[in-house]
Design a protein around this ligand. Structure first.
Ligand SMILES: [Zn+2]
Ligand SMILES: [Zn+2]
Length: 371
């Protein structure tokens, strides 16, 4: 392995450049990101390279001999144990953990915690709302199935009263070590013991309720408060309502994704509502007071004389509430003026008279074939 190549830096790179290069690679391939085996290997390689180049003495040694002392002793890849990143702090002894912590905000430690407490998973559900429910808010009861802390063993996995004994599989070390001989030397890999999850100890008797799994699957009814004005596709996060953690780890969260059925009467855009309303030609000409249906009930709207078709009236504050506020959007009503299509004999006479009065020399036509 050429650590310069691994980090993508040249031989003259400063300590700072090396640190930066490593940081970039480590962030990209960090196992916490859930990458594949190849990412894991890249992470190992970068970490190994940084272990050499990040240390003045080791770097000098590498530059001079093309290897470091440790590599000569341990054979293989420096005798480091890179498998199971939970061990990374331990393997690099002392100082390295600090670098990890500064890089990942405690990520180094977190990566180690496979054997310690684990946070429970998040649960995602979809909550369907009617249009009215989304506008005025409601409380929804949903049934979910989630892992909850086993009450019988208090989440510890052992039958209460049974003592902890050394794990036979790993002889209490929490690790399973494999030694592989390769042309490059001996490679030692250690993986977390899957029997004790790396704890090294297992209960003599597993909890009879959860079978040592710390948690039990339960159906639970949960009430979700839906605030007035919530939007379609919004999500509500209920902290700590997800799945129970393991070995004392925190509980995950519940995410309720909102799906709103649209209304047949009202069009919602943001917090505004829009509708359209037809009025008679005479109402438009002479003005009138009409009834408009809003989400907050019927209200009276004054149509001034001479209102043109497609005019939009704003009903301030008759829209949808803003979530968590007393404010509301507006209701916009578009007026459509209907032209009378069928006239009685009397109406016809009156229109003709009106035309005369308006000094319009019109030539009335029969209804069009398209009309
Ligand atoms: Zn239990
Ligand atoms: Zn074990």
């Amino acid at each position: 392995m050429n650590p310069y190549k691994s980090l993508g830096v040249n031989k003259e790179a400063t300590a700072d450049e090396i640190k930066k290069a490593y940081r970039k690679l480590a962030l990209k391939y960090h196992p916490d990101k859930g990458g594949d085996k190849e990412d894991e290997n890249k992470f190992k390689e970068a970490t190994e390279a940084y272990e050499i180049l990040g240390d003045k003495q080791k770097r000098a040694q590498y530059d001079q001999f093309g290897s470091t002392g440790k590599q000569a002793e341990g054979g293989g890849f420096g005798g480091f144990d890179f498998s199971g990143f939970q061990n990374v702090n331990v393997d690099f002894g002392g100082g390295f953990g600090d670098i990890f912590d500064s890089f990942f905000g405690g990520g180094g430690r977190q990566a180690k915690q496979k054997q310690g407490p684990l946070r429970g998973g998040d649960i995602e559900i979809i909550v369907h709302l009617t249009f009215d429910e989304s506008v005025f808010g409601t409380t929804k009861e949903v049934e979910i199935s989630r892992y909850e802390k086993c009450e019988h063993c208090k989440g510890m996995g052992n039958e209460p009263g049974s003592k902890m004994v050394n794990c036979e599989t790993c002889q209490g070390t929490g690790q399973r070590i494999r030694i592989q001989r390769t042309p490059l030397g001996q490679i030692q890999t250690a993986a977390t013991c899957e029997v004790c999850n790396g704890a090294g100890k297992i209960p003599e008797k597993k909890c009879r309720e959860c079978k040592g799994e710390y948690r039990v699957l339960k159906n639970q009814k949960i009430k979700i408060k839906i605030p007035a004005g919530i939007h379609d596709k919004a999500a509500i996060r209920l902290s700590g309502k997800g799945e129970a953690g393991v070995r004392g780890g925190p509980t995950g969260d519940l995410f309720a994704h909102i799906s709103v059925t649209s209304s047949k009467e009202f069009i919602r855009e943001g917090n505004d509502i829009s509708t359209s309303q037809n009025i008679h030609l005479l109402q438009a000409v002479m003005g009138d007071e009409i009834k408009v249906k809003t989400i907050h009930g019927n209200i009276k709207l004054k149509i001034p004389a001479g209102t043109e078709s497609e005019k939009i009236f704003k009903l301030k504050g008759y829209g949808v509430p803003l979530v968590g506020s007393d404010l509301k959007g507006n209701h916009y009503v578009k007026i459509i003026v209907d032209i009378p299509k069928k006239l009685s004999k009397r109406e016809k006479e009156l229109y003709e008279e009106l035309a005369k009065e308006s000094k319009l020399n019109i030539k009335p036509q029969p209804k069009g074939i398209f009309g």
